[in-house]
Design a protein around this ligand. Structure first.
Ligand code: AMP
Ligand code: ZN
Length: 141
């Protein structure tokens, strides 16, 4: 399904041109218009999913395989020293385009790109509370 008002539906499906570096039946990967670093690209499904939680398993699995392949290609061609995968869900998490996308951000030693946070510290109290709250029993399917 596509959404008429969604710019990433249009970009992913080629209705709006993009600087595409990879395309298959279900995904497109194109350069970010406001790159964090040289080679910053977005991997976008052609089908509309607002975020991670809406995406089906097949697309999720494929996205991670493609990230590995495209990331390896970037390392070879750009000579980057590392790669960040960033994927924002919800306004509070910095999502501005509400169509699932995975950022592939090539990293270069000392580039100063800010994909970071100020580290806190896990108190004993929080450790106990959060493990009780978040522990998942059994195996996830
Ligand atoms: P996010 O904040 O995770 O939702 O990321 C949205 C990203 O989409 C930003 O990095 C924008 O620079 C990028 N972006 C928005 N519009 C376009 C566009 N037309 N072509 C390429 N990248 C875009
Ligand atoms: Zn869309």
């Amino acid at each position: 399904m596509k959404e008429n008002s969604c710019i990433f539906c249009k970009l992913a499906n080629g209705e709006i041109p993009s600087a595409t570096i990879y395309e298959d039946e279900d995904f497109r990967c194109f350069l970010d218009l406001n790159p964090a670093s040289r080679g910053h690209a977005l991997l976008v499904p052609k089908e509309h999913f607002a975020n991670l939680f809406e995406m089906d398993r097949e697309h999720l699995e494929r996205a991670m395989v493609l990230a590995q392949r495209i990331g390896a290609h970037m390392k070879e061609k750009l000579g980057c020293d590392g790669l960040n995968l960033v994927q924002n869900n919800g306004e509070a998490a910095g999502q501005t385009v509400f169509h699932f996308h995975l950022h592939l951000i090539p990293r270069y030693q000392g580039d100063g790109v800010g994909v970071s946070w100020k580290p806190g510290s896990l108190t004993d109290e929080a450790k106990e509370e959060l493990t009780a709250l978040l522990s998942l029993g059994g195996t996830l399917e």
